[in-house]
Design a protein around this ligand. Structure first.
Ligand code: PLP
Length: 356
């Protein structure tokens, strides 16, 4: 049976990415060696790294004065690397979910943290929009897409201090105005490639302002100066991510993928609204994520939750069980998820409703 992969992360990747990577694990572009067997300092790998950086810059239209890095440690290492490099006295954080809350916990080890607004009291089911960032904060940290709670900041917000964004689960899903950000980062395993890789887009001139000594490997300057080759990078994960970048470019770029993503998400949200069995966990349509759609059973049908899950699984749906902190269901509709999978889920919802 065909599987529809709604996993939250690691998650669906383009067929193009999987196939090209598999081929080059066996023989990297006719060299007779695997991508896993070559030196990260070889001319073959240099070309892979250069092209990956160039395509990130091209797709996101990154202005000059920014560096693109590919590092180990996932998004979580960035939770501490960011304050290590940028927080001298005080930083502002917007708390919109468990990931931002983890970022806040790390930042507190380096200085004063002002949580400018939080949706925690309401189980993070909305994006706070009424907040003020004081000018003495060294940066404002936001999580653009809250993977667990299904909320998303879909616009590039204006703030008077450098904006730092965890974009792990919506990077490359829409065009961004990178010039509004000081730093954009995330783990690769939601929308870009395999786990084991983080990307960091950093405005060079925000660095060098903290008083502390930074360990070499945790210093962004080290990685900028060495083109992400200070130590051996996750070569295979970078190679696979490059395939995804090529796939995105081939589709026509981020405007095109954004249109596809919005169409997919709208179809599913419309069905949740229409179907008597289900209800969205995010009330304000403006806050609803186009990447992770979270929904629960309507009050009167709570007892049908397990049955629907089993029914969906029997129809080939993978990974739609909601995160334990929200319950219900979560369908992750990342870039690579085909529209046919969304249609299959909607059909299953309709079929189950007719039986209920
Ligand atoms: C998955 C996720 C993370 C954690 O990523 P790791 O690479 O596992 O550290 C952080 N932030 C967001 C928004 C995520 O979705």
């Amino acid at each position: 049976m065909k599987k529809h992969n709604f996993n939250a992360g690691p998650s669906v990747l383009p067929k193009f990415t999987i196939e090209n990577t598999a081929k080059n694990v066996l023989d990297l572009e006719g060299t007779g060696l695997s991508i896993m067997e070559i030196s990260h300092r070889s001319k073959e790998f240099s070309a892979i790294m250069d092209e990956s950086v160039a395509l990130m810059k091209e797709l996101l239209d990154v202005p000059s004065g920014y560096s693109v890095l590919f590092l180990h440690g996932g998004a979580s290492l960035q939770f501490c690397m960011i304050p290590y490099n940028l927080l001298n006295k005080k930083a502002a954080y917007l708390e919109t979910g468990s990931w931002s809350s983890k970022a806040i916990k790390e930042a507190k080890m380096f200085g004063e943290v002002e949580v400018v607004a939080s949706s925690k009291e309401q189980n993070y089911n909305f994006i706070p929009r009424d907040f003020r960032v004081s000018g003495d904060a060294e940066y404002l940290h936001i999580t653009t897409n809250n993977t667990i709670y299904g909320t998303e900041i879909k616009e590039d917000i204006e703030v008077p201090v450098p904006l730092v964004a965890d974009t792990s689960s919506d990077i490359l899903s829409r065009p961004m105005d990178v010039s509004k950000y000081g730093l954009i980062y995330g783990g690769a395993q939601k929308n870009l490639g395999p786990a084991g890789l983080a990307y960091v887009i950093i405005k060079d001139d925000i660095l060098g302002k903290v008083d502390r000594t930074i360990p070499t490997i945790l210093n962004y300057k080290t990685h900028i100066e060495n083109g992400s080759l200070y130590n051996t990078p996750p070569c295979l994960a970078i190679y696979a991510s490059l395939q995804t970048l090529k796939w995105l470019k081939g589709l026509g770029g981020l405007k095109v993928i954004n249109k596809m993503n919005t169409d997919k998400a709208n179809m599913l949200y419309d069905e949740i609204e229409r179907n008597k069995l289900f209800v969205s966990t995010v009330k304000n349509p403006a806050d609803r994520s186009i990447m992770n759609v979270t929904f629960v059973m309507n009050e009167n049908y709570k007892d049908k939750e397990a049955d629907f899950l089993q029914f969906a699984v029997s129809k080939g749906m993978v990974g739609i069980k909601g995160h334990r902190s929200v319950g219900g269901f979560r369908a992750s509709l990342y870039n690579a998820l085909p529209k046919e999978s969304v249609i299959a889920l909607i059909d299953a919802m309709k079929e189950f409703e007719a039986k209920a």
